[in-house]
Design a protein around this ligand. Structure first.
Ligand SMILES: C[S@@+](CC[C@H](N)C(=O)[O-])C[C@H]1O[C@@H](n2cnc3c(N)ncnc32)[C@H](O)[C@@H]1O
Length: 399
């Protein structure tokens, strides 16, 4: 997710939006009361983003800026994602998917958190042009995004199906772009005396406030196995994302999963110098680190610990099929050639630049591919610069 270039303008929030945020705050205060005065940050983030009818992803705000707004510089929303920058992102993913489809009985895709539906639109367009009539399944937790997706994908409604829950069995390609970063994280760290703490939220003197407690044992175990003790250190652990990945092992019969997100391997994530973690909020193309600001009106995210995701996948019996930067993946799968053949307007070239530039999404964003049933398939997206060896350290305990 990227803030767009107009981020020097002031944040303007309508009276109605402030009222909505006040309602979300009241809901959060009730949650704190019901939890006995202290709510884990993980639960706070869950409620702020997903409380039915209230949360950022569960009420009707605009969230994602669309491609047409981007090129006309009339941006609404809070952030821009890769599919919203250029159709080439979806086209290149479709090239990778075609390679997998050649080894499957049926071309099927399952997308998690499909946002505005733009990625599905671009993938289906590209596959149709190659004569592949894929079936597309979407699992989306946000009701209003689901409605937006249905509008966008109207030409394919006979082949697009929205799922209400995880499948019990699936064969095909699975894709999740910037979904792991939207799953609620626990805030954990080391106190000045080197106790493992979990940070939670209280309501104090008319405002949300931080309070630390001894961490739950699952978090203590996870933190102590991932980094040495360092005083005054705060970071995140995403147990929900880890169990989500582990769960894939239960329903993926045969296929490849592409997880695309910003993040690092464990040694970078829990680096001694990253003392304040990676938690980030996005509102109106501004990025900042205060999750108490305007609850319900801003996105809250954290970077992804890809070592933890890979470990969860291995525990679930999945294979790691590749891990590399977004730039490397897209270039391996044909981005350069596709850009040369596309109508290269200055704005579309700028979008490609954003996807692959080291200073923007190219290096920070990674692609992790997990699979089942393809022991010998070398995915085109990882043919050069595969970094799965960087993940290997996390398997030492398991092998
Ligand atoms: C940052 S947006 C990314 C949207 C889109 N993939 C894109 O790249 O534009 C995060 C999306 O993940 C969805 N999401 C979060 N947790 C999810 C889960 N457990 N299952 C499915 N979708 C989820 C949100 O509702 C939202 O659509």
């Amino acid at each position: 997710m990227l803030p767009a270039s107009n981020s020097s303008t002031a944040i303007t929030v309508s009276e109605q939006a402030w009222q909505h945020s006040e309602t979300v705050s009241q809901h959060l205060r009730r949650c704190i009361d019901e939890a006995g005065g202290w709510l884990s940050f993980e639960q706070f983030m869950h409620e702020t983003l997903y409380a039915p009818g209230l949360g950022y992803y569960a009420a009707g705000s605009t969230k994602l800026s669309t491609r047409s707004q981007h090129s006309s510089h009339q941006l609404t929303g809070d952030f821009v994602t890769a599919p919203e920058l250029t159709p080439l992102f979806g086209q290149i993913l479709a090239q990778q998917f075609k390679q997998v489809f050649a080894h499957l009985d049926q071309p099927q895709i399952l997308e998690f958190g499909a946002g505005s539906g733009q990625l599905a639109f671009d993938i289906l367009t590209e596959l149709d042009a190659s004569g592949i009539a894929a079936h597309y399944f979407i699992l989306e937790v946000s009701a209003d995004l689901r409605a937006r997706q249905a509008e966008k994908l109207a030409p394919w409604l006979s082949r697009v199906v929205w799922l209400d829950s995880l499948p019990i069995w699936f064969e095909g390609v699975v894709v999740a772009n910037e979904v792991l970063d939207a799953m609620p994280v626990a805030l954990v760290g080391w106190s000045p005396k080197l106790d493992v703490i979990e940070r939670g939220v209280t309501w104090h003197d008319g405002a949300f406030s931080w309070q630390d407690r001894p961490a739950r044992s699952a978090l203590t175990d996870a933190l102590t196995s991932r980094m040495p003790a360092l005083p005054n250190y705060l970071t995140e652990i995403n147990l929900q994302a880890e169990s989500w990945v582990k769960n894939i092992g239960q329903w993926l019969n045969k296929g490849v999963v592409f997880l695309i997100d910003y993040g690092f391997v464990e040694s970078e994530y829990y680096h001694p110098q990253r003392q304040a973690g990676t938690l980030m909020c996005h509102i109106q193309h501004r990025a900042h680190d205060n999750p108490f600001f305007a609850p319900g009106l801003q996105d809250i995210t954290a970077h992804v610990d890809f070592s933890a995701m890979a470990r969860a996948a291995k525990e679930a019996g999945l294979e790691i099929m590749g891990y590399t930067s977004q730039a490397r993946f897209l270039l391996n799968a044909g981005l350069l050639e596709a850009t040369l053949h596309s109508t290269s307007s200055p704005s579309s070239l700028q979008a490609v630049q954003k996807l692959i530039s080291e200073a923007e999404m190219g290096e920070l964003f990674k692609v992790l591919a997990l699979g089942r049933g393809f022991p010998d398939l070398m995915l085109i997206g990882f043919k050069q610069g595969d970094r799965q060896m960087q993940l290997a350290r996390s398997f030492q305990d398991q092998d």
